[in-house]
Design a protein around this ligand. Structure first.
Ligand code: NAG
Ligand code: NAG
Ligand code: NAG
Ligand code: NAG
Ligand code: NAG
Ligand code: NAG
Ligand code: NAG
Ligand code: NAG
Ligand code: NAG
Length: 370
């Protein structure tokens, strides 16, 4: 028993000495370059014993499922950490909190499904760049992502790469705590709309990349959101399936007035409908005219419908006359009958009149009347 304890103490000593002086197995260490690389070595966890001088730490292309704070102890000097291509699915609370000098964190090409709200917290707000390109397993992880971007005290973050994550929408206020962010990479997602308050809080954002998404248009609400980015001078919108119907009008007009800020404005083109394919979106600003012509056309249509109504009424009149013509014999007969009736009435009247004008008869009649 004592022997075992002795052996364990000895081993612990050896290990710590080994760790300080040397390099973890399956890794390459360069003290001169302050760099440690453990690349594609089928590691299942972050190796222990990474030397304290390390500034650049690359643990990439392995099979590390989850990472937590115990993985990165005593690594005060690490400024660059790359954990790309590791099939990481879970980031625990304060995983990187021990890395007091961390500035660049690359978690690209992983399969994150679970991120603790304080997963990215680094104690003294030192983190400048966070690469989460193709890091999420699918869009469902966006809720965790939004929480951690808000709760991980990333107030000094300047660059955030969220490209290639299959994001369909961005939760409101997702970037609200990133007041120093300068570059936001959102390309190659499946974003369909930009809503109110999506980019709220990005007071210093200079560059926003929305290329390779599924924006069919950007209605007024989204345009206002883009206009509300006070420092944004490099917006990229290319390779979206813009649909050039009248609904594109606000975007096309806005684009015409924002050429300075939308760096790829000249290259933006309609994708639908087929007859508008490849038509420049700027040229589609003239579509405005088309739409207004269509409005004027509506008046024309109204006038046309009046003319049509007139024609129909005329036709009905003609038919009526034609029916009268066809029935002309019956009508003649009836007219004759009416005339005969009239004549009888007239003659009767005439007869009475003559009787009235005869004084004798008049007397008789008056007696009869009485
Ligand atoms: C970090 O680097 C400094 C100077 O290069 C060194 O003195 C210090 O011991 C290093 N920290 C650790 C934990 O090794
Ligand atoms: C650390 O990463 C940043 C950004 O990726 C890079 O500009 C810088 O050169 C890296 N530093 C070292 C020492 O590799
Ligand atoms: C993030 O990582 C991907 C590849 O892993 C790289 O192509 C991209 O340039 C990186 N983003 C930034 C902002 O450095
Ligand atoms: C963070 O803290 C470490 C050591 O505590 C220090 O070396 C580093 O400069 C600090 N970073 C910032 C941005 O203050
Ligand atoms: C993301 O993947 C999980 C696990 O496979 C699945 O349950 C969920 O439905 C997926 N979400 C989306 C939006 O595809
Ligand atoms: C977009 O992402 C997919 C996978 O998410 C990738 O295969 C493709 O190369 C990316 N395209 C661009 C232009 O980055
Ligand atoms: C967006 O904001 C405007 C006013 O700023 C408001 O009129 C509109 O209803 C909002 N839209 C949504 C979907 O909240
Ligand atoms: C659209 O333009 C691209 C390149 O600019 C070209 O490859 C494609 O054939 C064009 N499509 C049509 C329908 O003109
Ligand atoms: C585009 O902007 C220019 C001035 O920048 C203006 O003269 C022109 O009328 C605008 N085009 C449309 C369709 O509004």
């Amino acid at each position: 028993m004592l022997e075992l304890a002795q052996r364990m103490v000895f081993c612990a000593l050896v290990c710590s000495v080994y760790a300080r002086a040397s390099c973890p197995p399956r890794c390459e260490c360069s003290e001169a370059a302050h760099t440690v690389k453990c690349v594609s070595k089928d590691l299942r966890s972050v190796p222990a014993g990474i030397p304290g001088y390390t500034r650049n730490l690359f643990i990439t292309g392995n099979h590390i499922g989850r990472i937590g704070p115990e993985c990165f102890q005593g690594l005060d000097n690490v400024t660059n950490l790359s954990l790309s291509n590791n099939r990481i699915s879970e980031v625990e609370s304060h995983t990187f909190a021990g890395l007091r000098s961390l500035r660049y964190l690359d978690l690209s090409n992983n399969q994150l499904t679970s991120i603790h709200p304080e997963g990215f917290s680094v104690h003294n707000h030192s983190l400048r760049e966070l690469n989460l390109s193709r890091a999420l397993y699918n869009h469902s992880a966006v809720t965790d992502l939004a929480m951690s971007l808000r709760w991980s005290s990333l107030g000094s973050l300047q660059v955030l790469d969220l490209s290639g994550n299959g994001l369909i929408f961005l939760p409101l206020h997702i970037f609200a705590q990133l007041g120093r962010l300068r570059r936001l990479q959102l390309s190659n997602n499946s974003l369909v709309a930009i809503h109110n308050a999506t980019f709220r809080g990005l007071e210093r954002l200079e560059e926003l990349d929305l290329t390779f998404n599924t924006l069919k248009s950007i209605p007024e609400e989204g345009l206002r959101e883009l206009d509300d980015l006070p420092a944004a001078s490099r917006l990229l919108l290319g390779d979206n399936p813009f649909t050039c119907t009248c609904a594109i009008e606000p975007l096309a007009l806005w684009l015409n007035g924002s050429r300075g800020r939308v760096r790829d404005a000249e290259g933006l083109a309609c994708a639908f409908p087929p007859d508008m394919r490849n038509v420049s979106l700027l040229a589609a600003a003239d579509l405005t005219l088309g739409c207004h012509q269509r409005a004027a056309g509506a008046d024309l249509a109204l006038q046309t419908s009046y003319v049509f109504l007139g024609l129909v009424l005329g036709l009905v009149g003609l038919v009526f006359l034609f029916v009268l013509y066809l029935n002309r014999k019956g009508i003649k007969k009836r007219v004759n009958e009416a005339r005969d009736a009239c004549r009888e009435v007239w003659e009767g009247y005439h007869y009475r009149y003559e009787m009235d004008s005869d004084p004798r008869l008049s007397q008789v009649s008056s007696c009869a009347d009485a």
